[in-house]
Design a protein around this ligand. Structure first.
Ligand code: ZN
Length: 344
């Protein structure tokens, strides 16, 4: 039986040596090492041996199986390598070609608009400022001339943070507190824009969301007046829409400006009314005005010496106008089907 096993080992190794393909090798494996293979067949007869001889023959059989298995692995490896080399040397294979493209992300429409506007304002000498999203009551309301009992405070539907020890904290309801922060920090003269997220306790619908984006603009210097504000707002609009849009100012009331205005622009999408302008051919774009003396004072600026203007721009709204997005809830949805439309 030992002789038979040794014979099988020789044969097996020879068969592996002459196998030219992986398929051949697998066939030899089956033939010798498989459940119905030749070595197994010999082992089945182990019971016919005298008990004393069985362990040694069993060990020999296992040794031979291992030897064949090692040889099989070695042969498979050689085949894999030579196949790879053949592919590399073969025609039509160019190792300098780029691999499959990596999936790149894309910029959110609000991010695109924000970057564009930042560039535009930087080119006009503005700095970009920022502030915290969790804001003190003082920055968000008091310093902006919104007294404690003022209806504007209620109107903002503020999300208050529970458990502030020293000061009442809220999620900022507008980017205007950055005006106060920037003035206190940098003093005058000052020229900044402040983009960022703001939060309101709103019931969501197609035009309202609890989280949206604004951009605040602020210029404070000696002798700044309404004409400067208009110029800034108009430059902003022509930068955004790529051409001059007819504008009009209406009086508007906001506690932190005096006088306050609403700037409307001619609808960039139609001549005689469409769904965006709701048939009026005008769209409301920007509230703004001259910074209220109380706001300047609260920010450490003497209103006798300095004046300024401020305006607020809804980045979410601008992005919706720009890209024809009809529901603000898409903006924060995180839905890739929506976001992938803004590739490249
Ligand atoms: Zn229109």
């Amino acid at each position: 039986m030992r002789d038979r096993l040794e014979e099988l080992a020789e044969e097996g190794l020879a068969a592996l040596g002459s196998a030219a393909t992986e398929e051949d090798l697998r066939r030899v494996e089956q033939d010798y090492l498989g459940r119905h293979g030749r070595i197994t067949a010999v082992l089945r007869q182990l019971g016919g041996l005298p008990p004393a001889e069985r362990p040694a023959v069993g060990r020999l059989a296992n040794e031979i199986k291992e030897r064949l298995a090692r040889e099989l692995e070695a042969r498979l490896e050689i085949l894999r390598r030579s196949r790879l080399e053949a592919e590399l040397a073969g025609e039509g294979f160019d190792p300098t070609l780029p691999g499959p493209p990596a999936r790149a992300g894309s910029l959110h429409p609000i991010e695109r608009v924000r970057r564009e506007l930042e560039d535009l304002f930087r080119s006009m000498g503005y700095a970009v400022a920022g502030g915290p999203e969790v804001e003190t009551e003082e920055h968000n309301f008091d310093a902006l001339n919104i007294p404690p009992d003022h209806p504007a405070r209620e109107g903002h539907d503020t999300l208050w943070i529970e458990g502030g020890d020293r000061e009442r904290l809220c999620m900022r309801t507008h980017t205007s507190p950055v005006q106060v922060r920037a003035l206190r920090r940098h003093g005058v003269p000052l020229r900044v824009v402040a983009p960022g997220r703001v939060f309101r306790q709103e019931t969501q619908d197609a035009t309202h969301d609890h989280t949206f984006h604004q951009m605040e603009g602020l210029v404070v210097d000696r002798g700044v007046g309404v004409p400067h504000m208009l110029h800034a707002m108009r430059s902003l609009l022509s930068g955004l829409f790529g051409r001059e849009l007819q504008t009009r100012l209406r009086p508007g009331y906001f506690p932190f400006v005096e006088p306050g205005f609403e700037l409307d622009a001619r609808c960039p999408f139609c001549k005689s009314g469409c769904s965006v302008c709701k048939g009026s051919t005008w769209i409301e774009l920007m509230p703004g005005g001259l910074v209220h003396p109380e706001v300047l004072r609260a920010s450490g600026v003497d209103p006798e010496d300095y004046s300024g203007f401020a305006f607020g721009l809804g980045l979410s709204r601008i992005a919706m106008l720009r890209y024809g997005i009809d529901d603000i809830r898409w903006m924060m949805s995180g839905d890739l089907r929506f976001l992938e439309q803004f590739d490249a």
